[in-house]
Each structure stands twice: as C-alpha cells, then as structure tokens.
Design a protein around this ligand. Structure first.
Ligand SMILES: [Zn+2]
Length: 270
C-alpha cells in the first residue's frame, strides 16, 4: 500500500536521527543549565546587571536623547489647597504636556495615561488588587494613574500624582528593563521607585518647589519608622534617605539623565 505521507519511511529512519542528535542535544542542555545557573555572575561580567553603567536599563536612549524638562504649569490654581481635585487635574494636563515634549525629543511617542482616577477610597482603584495601603498606584495593564484624595493638603498628592506619572513614562518609554535581561527582585523595585521619585521631582521642581521640600521631610520621617510594614516598604521602595537624595538629584538636575537609578551603585538605591 502506498504511503502518501511518508510516515513509514520516516519512521524507520528516526532512531538513527535521534541517536546522532542526542549528544548535541544533551550538550546544549548542559550549556543552557550552566548559563541559567551562572546568570548573575555572567550579567556582572558582561555588564548587564542592574547597577552596571553598561546594562540595557542604564544605557536607555532616553537619557541621552532628552534634555532639560520644561517644568511649568501656568494653569495651576493660585491656591493649590482650595480645590485639590482641580489642582490635580490641572497638574495632570501639565504633566502630559511636559512628558509629550520631552519624549518627542528622543523620538518616542507619548500617550497620556488611559485614565487619571482621583479616588476617595482605595477600593475604587482601577487595578483590582487587594492592596489598600497606598497613596497612589499605577496600573500598567490599563495604564491608569490612581491617586488617593483624602485630605486638604495638596502637596503630598501633587507629588504622588507626579510619581505615578513617572511610572507611566517608565512603562511607555520601556525604561524599566522589563524587556531586557534584568532580575525582577526587590533591588529592581527600589531602582524603579526611586527613579519615579526623582522624575517626579524633575517635573515639579519649578511648578511648586515647596512640594519637594515637604516630600523630603516626609521621606526622612519614614526612615525612623521601625515596624514590619515600614521595613517592607523600604525594601521595595528604598529608604527615606535614598528617596530624599533622589528627589534632590531630580530637582537640581532637571533631566531624565539625572534620574538614572539603573546605573547607580547599590548603596544609592538602598
Ligand atoms: Zn511607585
């Protein structure tokens, strides 16, 4: 009987093919396992580990391709505390303009967040997560910025809004190294968060410098807290001292390059 698909003939050849290919396949597997095992050491050796100035995250084109960020917001109400939501909405539009202008310099298209939610209760956030202990949160999936509006002190909320916007920029600019070979651990998280603090300071530095003064005081106060929750926050977001230092860098540098936490030594992102 004819065998139009050729299975019969192919089947009789297969054992020979397997025998010949097996040593190569085993050797390949051994090499792969070895690479996986030595990954951390190799990254340091070839400079792709976070903290190495040669890593993909540290050499992102946005640092070289963008200049001083024009941090102005003329539409901000004179009294930022009179109507916090109005203040935050005005700031949000200014942040869109600043980031669109800056990313354009590097040829990167900017899209505003999918939504900016000013929520009165953490349960109203768009992320659908069970973590209710936050002042602001960014949902990368739907690109939603959420800010908890809970009191009439606008400065902390202005900083939070600028910080979550920075996460949005990290996301659309691909600055977090998520598509590279970085390791996603607590050290990675601290670099991400401290960069967002720094970029927030860049965008607020001439809009309202008192926001940054206030934020540094809050950050330094956090450094004194000793409970488990504070410790967990420090491990994922960096210490208050580190946060205050990156806010100062962003404020005085005024550029994305000033906020390259991915090239900083570990003690600056602790
Ligand atoms: Zn954050």
């Amino acid at each position: 009987m004819s065998d139009p698909l050729g299975w019969g003939a192919g089947g009789s050849r297969r054992p020979g093919v397997v025998r010949r290919a097996l040593p190569t396949a085993v050797a390949f597997l051994v090499v792969l396992c070895g690479l996986a095992y030595l990954r951390g050491d190799l990254q340091e050796l070839i400079g792709t580990a976070p903290g190495s100035p040669r890593s993909a995250a540290a050499t992102h084109p946005l640092y070289r391709g963008t200049g001083l960020i024009d941090a102005r917001c003329d539409t901000l109400p004179d009294n930022s505390e009179a109507d916090v939501r109005r203040t935050l909405n005005a700031l949000s539009r200014c942040l869109d303009r600043m980031w669109a202008t800056t990313l354009k310099e590097a040829g990167v298209g900017y899209e505003p967040p999918g939504e900016v939610r000013l929520v009165a209760d953490p349960g109203e956030a768009a992320c659908g997560i069970d973590d209710y202990d936050w002042a602001g949160i960014y949902c990368p999936d739907r690109r939603v910025v959420n800010v908890l509006v809970e009191e009439d002190r606008s400065f902390p909320m202005m900083f939070t809004l600028a910080h979550e916007y920075a996460h949005h920029v990290q996301e659309i600019g691909g600055m977090a190294g998520e598509r590279g070979s970085e390791v996603f651990d607590e050290a990675w998280s601290r670099r991400l968060e401290l960069q967002a603090d720094c970029l927030a300071a860049v965008t607020l530095r001439t809009v309202e410098p008192r926001v940054l003064e206030n934020q540094r005081l809050l950050a330094e106060g956090e450094s004194d807290a000793v409970d488990d929750q504070a410790e967990g926050y420090r491990r994922s977001h960096g210490s208050g001292t580190s946060s205050a230092a990156w806010i100062t860098r962003g404020e005085s540098g005024g550029t994305m390059a000033a906020c390259n936490t991915w090239s900083a030594p570990p003690d600056e992102v602790s």
